[in-house]
Design a protein around this ligand. Structure first.
Ligand code: FEO
Length: 404
């Protein structure tokens, strides 16, 4: 007996939760709250499965499909995205339902073939932007969504019931654990952090492509009644809330005025400076301050906070005449993901040849629209009374830049 819930008449959620995965894409740590792989099944004159799931949950997902089909066969599979966390079930479906037709973009078929799935030969129907396909009462239309999150991606709108199958867009970490709709949780309290961490680390690099998709989808928005992503909760109200987040994230605008102090400290001296700066900011009225040790915080959390907040302080010890490796890794990730439009203050530490500050500045200058503040600070081993004055100047400089 599995968990299948009707979203709207004749459209069912048939996906499954995964609480055993530790690393999403084998890189991003998941919390104990896990992740869901979403898949949807429409019962019309024809039966239509929308996307498959990760191999880890194929068995419960197949049981869900069988339960909802209740003896019917499966006529069509719509493939919106070919990353294996969503397409690993294709071969199993093609072998179990040999008469199935697989609807996808041409690039998706190419990847399907590259992945050597058996049973897909002669079953493909290629669709392009704006094509429509009728299954009885329901008509689907397809919008290409390249790089949201892979080049083959499309999103599919059911013009009859208003379900937008949005692929990775609007997805989130966290398993559903019995819930289905975003309005069944306190989203802003319990889900937004993992939704941001998912978006920024998985899709964050492709802001321009997300913008293209949002632009293309805007004329269709009045037809959308449900946003059904491939991970996380389904949206059926409050679209403005999540759309506003997507506009900010995809244009790299911060959500909040606040400061992320990311520090790299070997023996606690640079950490002490970071702590003192946090205290100064709070005493001066800036309470939205987050401290993160780059050696302790996974980079996915650093990236998520960098997207969220307007200001960034990078405080790094010098290591082998370079930026501390964990700090450098974070900065390289920021650059790879295209983070921009942030105001940054720099603090370096070095006991005999501090170089981290100038190297960080050089690195930031190679990124887009990173505004490096004039006030910076060099610590020689440990902070002194005279250097504390410089730290106060950094705090004032940050606060001044917030008021511009
Ligand atoms: Fe959840 Fe790009 O796959």
């Amino acid at each position: 007996m599995n968990y299948c819930r009707e979203i709207v008449e004749n459209l069912y959620y048939v996906g499954a939760d995964d609480h055993r995965i530790d690393l999403f894409e084998n890189i991003h740590p998941l919390t104990e709250r896990g992740v869901s792989y979403n898949s949807y099944l429409l019962l019309d004159e024809k039966t239509v499965l929308v996307d498959t799931v990760d191999w880890a949950v194929v068995r419960p997902w197949l049981e869900n499909i069988e339960m909802v089909l209740a003896g019917r066969s499966l006529d069509y599979l719509v493939v919106n995205h070919m990353e294996p966390d969503h397409c690993a079930g294709i071969e199993e479906i093609a072998l179990r339902y040999p008469d199935i037709q697989i609807i996808s973009t041409e690039k998706a078929l190419m990847i399907m073939t590259q992945l050597k799935y058996r049973g897909i030969e002669g079953k493909s129907i290629i669709v392009k932007e704006g094509d429509t396909f009728n299954f009885g009462k329901h008509t689907f239309t397809f919008l290409e969504a390249p790089m949201v999150h892979w080049p083959e991606t499309m999103v599919t709108l059911d013009l009859t019931n208003g379900a937008l199958f949005s692929a990775d867009a609007f997805g989130s970490f966290n398993a559903l654990d019995g819930r289905l709709f975003a309005d069944e949780v306190n989203f802003d309290r319990d889900w937004i952090d993992e939704t941001r961490r998912y978006y920024t680390n998985i899709v964050g690099k492709y802001g321009a492509h997300v913008q293209d998709l949002l632009r293309k989808a805007t004329p269709l928005l009045d037809k959308v009644k449900f946003i059904c992503p491939l991970h996380g909760l389904i949206w059926r109200k409050d679209f403005d809330y999540i759309l506003d987040k997507y506009v900010k994230w995809s244009t790299y605008e911060p959500e909040e005025t606040g400061v992320l102090i990311a520090y790299a400290s070997m023996y606690g001296n640079t950490e002490e400076v970071a702590q003192l700066l946090a205290g100064l900011l709070v005493r001066k009225g800036i309470t939205n301050v987050v401290l993160r040790d780059v050696s302790r915080s996974d980079v996915s959390w650093l990236i998520a906070d960098t997207f969220r907040l307007s200001h960034l302080v990078l405080a790094s010890v010098t290591y082998n005449l370079s930026i501390y490796p964990k700090m450098l890794a974070y900065m390289e990730d920021m650059k790879m993901i295209n983070i921009q439009k942030r105001t940054v203050a720099l603090i370096e530490n070095g006991s005999w040849a501090p170089t981290a500050g100038s190297l960080m500045k050089e690195f930031l200058n190679s990124m887009k629209q990173m505004d490096v503040l004039n006030e910076d600070l060099t610590i020689i081993s440990a902070i002194t009374e005279s250097k504390f004055i410089g730290l106060e100047a950094i705090a004032d400089n940050i606060i001044d830049s917030m008021q511009k």
